[in-house]
Design a protein around this ligand. Structure first.
Ligand code: HMG
Length: 402
């Protein structure tokens, strides 16, 4: 019998109905668009329609993996987010209802800024290691919002990634060594009374790089492999240039010289989807993984990927995984590209109106117009209860969940 591995068996993503080309933002701010396209490495950002939120994104992403994998052995659903829709009820319970999962399933929401999807993945690996028959559904779903006309504005975005974690995974086997680094700081945070994050931009970039160094040293001292034994890297990507800076920093810390082109080669394919989605907080690292698997021209089978997960505040982790042979058969490259291209472009004025609308909504009773093309929509609030609908492709309503 072959040794058992645990890891990511399938992965899928979802993003918003709308998209804003950052040229719109640059024109409004009278800024050179290359500051965004080249300086921070972002070309577009996903923007939610009024009837979309973290639940609809998450459900769409999860539906795509479960359509193929089935939901029978799923006894745990872990939902990572920092854009929670309720202080008590886990957003994953709505997903559980909309997808009709078994009642014999534990569902919980996890929070630590952008890091919590990695905590969810590690917890899932623990569950599957204990009982290899179980499959755990891990979902990361977020909406990145900063103030209008702030320097963080170009680093907004929205997206969800769903992963099925199993024994003998078809995509990536996660290795047991990991490095951790936690530090009580205020580089980025969002108090309960705000819909937009507060951020100390330059400090946050330094904090990210210091955490990478701290997590890397802990990884080394816990039996991790050398930088040179890692074939590709996936970083949390608040904007894609941050991943390039991180790779350069890691090379410095490990005292291995690498040109900018060599660093780019190590992270390049992982940037493609994030460049168009923007920051999706918890989902960002795993969208980077999907992007790497979809867009890397070289065969990655048997190659080791290094992952760095960073969540402001801050908690971070460095770990690795090995891509499995046959991984390309599991991917949905054309479908993923079509999902990104299907987003409807917004003008700057339309984007601004949608952004402001979030804070105008009164909490207790309202309905949302039908805008999204997703099979799931947030239809409003009745008596303080969020209403979700499952929609047929012709937009006929098929069912609902509260
Ligand atoms: P800024 O200060 O307006 O930008 O905002 P800048 O002036 O530093 O310019 C950005 C880059 O563009 C620079 O490159 C410029 O040189 C370049 P760099 O020197 O850094 O390599 N540039 C140009 N390049 C080409 N052509 C041009 C041009 N003009 C300028 N014409 C900042 C940047 C990141 C601070 C801002 O967007 C921000 O505050 N973002 C939000 C915070 C953030 O993303 N932090 C990242 C680390 S923290 C993190 O990752 C956690 C997070 O995801 C949250 C969570 O964990 O939940 C945020």
């Amino acid at each position: 019998m072959t040794a058992r591995t645990v890891g990511i068996h399938d992965i899928s993503f979802a993003t918003s109905h709308h998209v804003l080309d950052l040229r719109e933002l640059a024109d409004h701010a009278e800024t050179d668009v290359d500051k965004f396209y080249i300086g921070i490495g972002q070309s577009e950002m996903s923007v939610l329609a009024e009837d979309e939120d973290i639940v609809t994104l998450a459900t769409e992403a999860a539906q795509r993996v479960l359509e193929r994998q089935g939901s029978e052995e799923i006894r745990t659903l872990l939902f990572a987010t920092e854009s929670g829709v309720d202080q008590s009820k886990a957003a994953g319970v709505y997903v559980h209802g909309l997808l009709g999962l078994s009642p014999h399933c534990r569902v919980v929401e996890l929070k630590q800024a952008c890091y919590s999807a990695t905590a969810a993945l590690q917890f899932a690996l623990g569950i599957v290691s204990r009982n290899p028959e179980e499959r755990v559904l891990v979902i990361a779903s977020d909406v990145a919002r900063y103030e209008l006309d702030s320097s963080g504005e170009a680093t907004q975005g929205a997206g969800a990634v769903a992963m099925v974690v199993t024994a003998n995974p078809a995509l990536v086997a996660i290795e047991p060594e990991s490095g951790l680094y936690t530090s009580d700081i205020h580089d980025f945070w969002r108090p309960n009374y705000r819909s937009e994050a507060l951020v100390d931009g330059k400090f946050s970039m330094n904090a990210y790089l210091e955490s990478l160094e701290g997590a890397w040293h802990d990884y080394e001292s816990n039996g991790g492999v050398a930088v040179g034994e890692i074939d590709r890297f996936c970083y949390h990507q608040p904007f894609t240039k941050m991943a390039v800076k991180a790779q350069e920093q890691l090379q410095k810390v490990a005292a291995i010289e690498a040109s900018s082109a060599e660093c780019m080669q190590l992270v390049g394919a992982s940037l493609e989807m994030n460049r168009r989605v923007g920051n999706s907080y918890t989902a960002s690292l795993y969208l980077g993984l999907l992007s790497l698997l979809n867009y890397e021209a070289d065969d990655l089978a048997g190659k080791r990927i290094g992952f760095f997960s960073y969540g402001s505040g801050s908690v971070s982790e460095f770990f690795t995984g090995v891509v499995q042979s046959g991984y390309r058969d599991v991917l949905r490259v054309k479908e993923d590209a079509a999902r990104l291209s299907a987003r409807l472009p917004l003008t700057y004025a339309q984007y601004r109106e949608l952004h402001n609308r979030v804070d105008l909504v009164e909490g207790t009773q309202f309905t949302t117009p039908h805008r999204t093309h997703s099979p799931f929509r947030f239809s409003g609030v009745e008596g303080h209860v969020r209403q979700y609908e499952r929609v047929l492709l012709d937009h006929g309503i098929r069912g609902s969940a509260q």
